[in-house]
Design a protein around this ligand. Structure first.
Ligand SMILES: Cc1cc2nc3c(=O)[nH]c(=O)nc-3n(C[C@H](O)[C@H](O)[C@H](O)COP(=O)(O)OP(=O)(O)OC[C@H]3O[C@@H](n4cnc5c(N)ncnc54)[C@H](O)[C@@H]3O)c2cc1C
Length: 461
């Protein structure tokens, strides 16, 4: 049986084992004790779920018939087809899959070696944050107002930790929402009690054991002292502080530095069949560099919802299929207080760098407006001017939104236009949607067509 070694134990690797286990001789090599459900980590801090529920069972891999080895790969000899590990073992492969993921970036600034300065990905990160929260943590700074940053900041805030959220962009969720859609989210985060520092870069951290000051640009400083930690010389007075950087991910490709494996800024260079530049060597998930399905340009896509389809496609191909990967649409979602928030495809800002666009909005309710449960829902659709092809969309809703994000992704993926969405056939029910008289996506598409029609009339007259 063909021997396939997969380096890494994240969702990309596990989904491959599920498809190929028993049909190929699969070996997964990963160092950590447990694979984790990273997405759920903030909700452990929030005390919504117990820590052990975020740990994936080894049987997810071993039940497939695959072998799981706890070790770290230190070197790959691509010529000999050998994998060398930290524990001194050497394994031989027929085919190698690299699924080493990405590590959070800790910026090279003064003070990141202080206690309580962390990133947020591993079991250890989570344990240390929970430990601090349970042992006197009163003030925290989260740097990076992307989805991970705002989920973590809310979790800390919910435990009574006074939390500051910093981002160098002038808005939260800069990779998910356009500025005007983010405003409602920002208001909600402030309502919850978070202090936002938008449009500010962190320059340095200062303190003796823990950070006591976070210096921002434009002359701003966040003070993390509390009454009882002003004198850190007395051991017993030291109240901890926490500074977490959630400022992006860097592909985990260090072990391949200086080898013949081709890498780019975002990771290992692959083609649409997950093949690297080396024969019989493939890469999937966060460790790879790939393109946007909308623009064809290299695009960051460090999401489990990209890693899993990449792994599945490669596994099917290894079993004889001949499929090609389109690229990233980057549909993603998060939650801010009472709002469920999501986006997909190109933002208006990103789209305008490449094409003329028309933007449509719809503001309806999540249930019939006469129902007591009715909340607000706002959708934005972005269409290319002329073709009216949908290239992206965003949603801020008081009901879970991933189903709508996914519908918009489907529209982008299958080349639907605003005209197509106007006649899209929908369902309606008093608890679950606006009146049958309208649908949130149809309404936003109508808004695009009204503007397009007005322009046509303007041009004709
Ligand atoms: C807090 C948090 C929340 C997130 N929330 C979401 C979300 O809501 N939705 C979403 O789609 N995505 C989310 N993500 C992103 C998602 O977790 C990643 O995109 C996904 O885990 C990538 O899967 P992967 O298999 O490519 O890599 P990873 O899951 O990073 O796995 C990489 C594996 O490779 C191993 N490895 C690395 N180097 C070596 C080596 N030298 N030898 C052996 N093994 C090695 C690692 O130990 C690990 O097991 C979140 C991430 C974080 C951190």
């Amino acid at each position: 049986m063909e021997k396939v070694i997969i380096i890494g134990g994240g969702p990309a690797a596990i989904s491959m084992a599920k498809i190929m286990g028993g049909k190929k001789h699969i070996t997964i090599i990963r160092p950590e004790n447990h694979s984790m459900i990273y997405c759920a980590m903030p909700y452990v801090i929030e005390n919504l779920i117990p820590f052990n529920k975020t740990l994936k069972k080894d049987s997810l891999v071993t039940d497939t018939g695959a072998t799981l080895i706890r070790d770290r790969v230190e070197k790959v000899d691509f010529e000999q087809k050998h994998v060398h590990t930290e524990k001194g073992n050497v394994y031989t492969y027929d085919k190698l899959v690299i699924a080493t993921g990405a590590d959070p970036v800790l910026p090279p600034i003064q003070g990141t070696d202080l206690q309580g300065v962390l990133t947020f990905k591993t079991e250890d990160d989570l344990k240390r944050i929970v430990d601090l929260a349970e042992n006197g943590l009163r003030k925290a700074v989260v740097v990076g107002a992307g989805a991970i940053g705002i989920e973590l900041a809310q979790a800390l805030n919910s435990r009574g930790v006074q939390t500051h959220l910093v981002d160098m962009e002038e808005q939260v969720l800069p990779n998910l929402l356009d500025k005007e859609m983010a405003e409602e989210v920002e208001d909600e985060l402030v309502r919850l009690g978070l202090t936002l520092h938008l449009g500010h870069k962190v320059l340095s951290l200062h303190g003796k054991r823990f950070a006591r000051e976070v210096a921002l640009d434009k002359g701003h400083t966040i003070h993390l002292e509390t009454a009882d930690n002003c004198s850190e010389d007395h051991e017993e007075n030291v109240t901890p502080s926490l500074v977490v950087f959630a400022v992006g991910m860097r592909p985990n490709t260090g072990i391949f530095a200086g080898t013949m494996l081709a890498t780019g800024r975002d990771g290992i260079v692959i083609n649409d069949k997950m093949e690297t530049n080396i024969e019989d060597v493939y890469a999937v998930g966060d460790c790879t560099q790939f393109t946007s399905a909308v623009t064809g340009d290299v695009s960051p896509g460090k999401l489990a919802t990209n890693a899993v389809p990449m792994g599945k496609l490669l596994a099917r191909n290894m079993l004889g299929s001949n499929e090609r990967y389109n690229g990233f649409y980057n549909g993603a979602a998060t939650k801010a207080g009472n709002y469920y928030v999501g986006g997909t495809g190109l933002s208006e800002k990103a789209a305008r760098d490449r094409m003329d666009v028309i933007v449509g909005y719809a503001d309806l309710t999540t249930a019939f407006p006469i129902m007591p449960s009715a909340g607000s829902v706002r959708v934005k659709l972005i269409a290319e001017k002329g073709s009216l092809r949908i290239v992206g969309g965003q949603i801020v809703s008081e009901l879970p939104a991933t189903d709508k994000v996914d519908l918009i992704t489907m529209a982008v993926q299958f080349g639907l236009t605003a005209q197509d969405l106007r006649i899209f056939s929908y369902s309606s029910q008093p608890y679950q949607s606006y009146f049958p008289a309208n649908n949130i996506l149809v309404h936003a598409a109508e808004n695009i067509l009204e503007q397009d029609g007005a322009e046509t009339i303007k041009k004709a007259s």
